[in-house]
Unconditional design. Sequence first.
Length: 281
Amino acid sequence: MTNLNRNDGISSDSGTGLLDNFSRYLDAELALNEDQRNEAHRLRYDVYCEERGYEDPESFPNKLEVDDHDHHSVHALVRHRASDLVAGVVRLVFADMSAPQKPLPIEHHCGHSFDQSVLKRFDFSRQNVAEVSRFAVSNKFIRYAGYTNPVIQAGRESDGRNLDDEPSQYLPHISMGLIAMLFVASAQHRISHWYAVMEPSLSRLLGRSGIEFTRIGPVVNYHGRRQPMIASVNDLLSNIYVKRYDFFRLIDHLGGVPADFQPDWPIVTGPSQSDRLISVS
């Protein structure tokens, strides 16, 4: 099941130059081969087994955290350019079309308490819904980037500032890159809606950037207080377009904005919005 934490580094205020800073310091990619998938599973082990203690490390002697949803999922990675280390990972779990009635993780844990009257407001088919899952930013990488990375240390001057690869310029953007890659995966796999389970405080924080989910059930106790939620991918893009155009540009740059994207409401242009007008028929 999705387990989003506020301490995963998601920020509602990434400042100016999000796309420029991200492109300078970070790369984002879908895990399309075995090596990339193993990197994702290894980071999942680091975070979910060692850092958070959510899973038993002894269950994964090879230090690759896997489960039975991985064969109908896609992972995305955010990688630090200078070191080539993976800084964060996220997974999008699809319905298993070989067994369409098999529940997604959120349905298994929370489905009995879903508010069906809310779900009915969302128009989606089984093959077009997916669950955001295994969202993790590595504390090990954050410590490495800030204190032990020789690439970074080589650029530090006596006052402790790094002129060439300053972690403060990209650490807040790791989570933004992971979210952007969820849009990329959704565009490629025709996913129209996301399920997620997250801390209520994180939901409020994400909403400031236009990432607004709808509650579909009561808070559950799953590694802490978690809220089951759903969102329309197109609605999310529309909200981000209005509230955080810098973030929208990053999503578009990575390939997560469909060619036929139209906001769900007319955009009234003004002097500050003239460069981002999308006509609505």
